[in-house]
Design a protein around this ligand. Structure first.
Ligand SMILES: NC(=O)C1=CN([C@@H]2O[C@H](COP(=O)(O)OP(=O)(O)OC[C@H]3O[C@@H](n4cnc5c(N)ncnc54)[C@H](OP(=O)(O)O)[C@@H]3O)[C@@H](O)[C@H]2O)C=CC1
Ligand SMILES: Nc1nc(O)c(N)c(N[C@@H]2O[C@H](COP(=O)(O)O)[C@@H](O)[C@H]2O)n1
Length: 215
């Protein structure tokens, strides 16, 4: 993985992930199966990165990690993924039908993942792609996830942005001074303009971070 943001923005991301001691922002941190498979992220808080400008540690006790949550319809997440090895109680949201004639492979993947401590939330037969409100309700009722950081990638972020303020309380966008790729994030069908509310901007090293609300 090639990092895009600079070290000061990476530190700010760590602060946003931290769950208890600095500020309680998120019970869970969510990515799609694309990010999980491509990047193998840790999705945790790393105290060695959380230091203030005079090099003193920001955390005086063990960090409180958000629970990693993966949207992964077909359980592509490997049992050796970093989120599993770190034992931060990962949850995988999937949607396969156990009675399907094609399900023996997926049932095997489910038992392999459960054997290493992954919790599987199967919204059987419900497409994860069109049912984000249902996913959020299930995460709240089954796992008491009341606040969520959506980390990526572009397809998952687009799905949430398209729902506007019904699904997203706060948008945090890092602009790093470079051009990359040709595929971006969509916030609607592309036929209208989405005006952000109450934008604020802060510079972190070479990066700019925009914080705003959605209409
Ligand atoms: N610059 C940054 O800050 C970040 C960059 N990234 C980058 O993004 C890339 C991955 O992005 P991308 O390929 O778009 O993959 P995503 O991480 O967005 O995952 C997409 C997959 O998630 C599953 N999914 C389940 N429910 C939904 C839903 N409601 N909406 C969208 N997808 C859903 C689908 O797989 P299925 O049908 O199998 O369930 C889909 O193919 C990575 O390479 C990573 O480097 C990621 C995070 C942050
Ligand atoms: N490529 C890239 N550049 C950046 O500047 C980013 N902030 C990210 N973000 C995502 O953060 C995850 C990093 O892994 P850890 O959880 O810290 O191990 C990963 O999912 C990246 O996609 N990516």
């Amino acid at each position: 993985m090639h990092w895009l943001c600079g070290q000061f923005t990476a530190l700010e991301t760590q602060r946003n992930r931290e769950h208890g001691t600095v500020v309680h922002l998120c019970d869970g941190i969510l990515v799609g199966s694309g990010t999980l498979v491509n990047d193998n992220p840790r999705l945790n808080v790393r105290p060695e990165l959380l230091v203030s400008s005079d090099s003193t540690a920001v955390l005086s006790s063990a960090p409180s990690h958000p629970r990693p949550i993966i949207l992964d319809s077909n359980l592509r997440t490997p049992p050796t993924a970093n989120i599993v090895l770190l034992k931060n109680r990962p949850i995988i949201v999937c949607s396969f039908n156990p009675s399907s004639t094609h399900s023996s492979d997926i049932l095997k993947r489910q038992s392999d993942l459960e054997a290493v401590g992954v919790q599987i939330l199967n919204l059987e037969g419900v497409s994860l792609h069109d049912n984000i409100p249902r996913i959020l309700t299930a995460l709240k009722s089954v796992y008491n996830i009341n606040s969520l950081m959506i980390e990526g990638g572009s397809r998952v972020i687009s799905s949430f942005l398209t729902l506007g303020s019904n699904a997203v309380d706060l948008l945090v966008v890092t602009v790093a001074p470079m051009f990359v790729g040709i595929n971006g994030v969509k916030a609607n069908d592309g036929n209208s303009i989405v005006n952000l509310s109450d934008p604020t901007y802060k510079q972190f090293g070479r990066d700019m971070v925009l914080v705003s609300k959605l209409p």
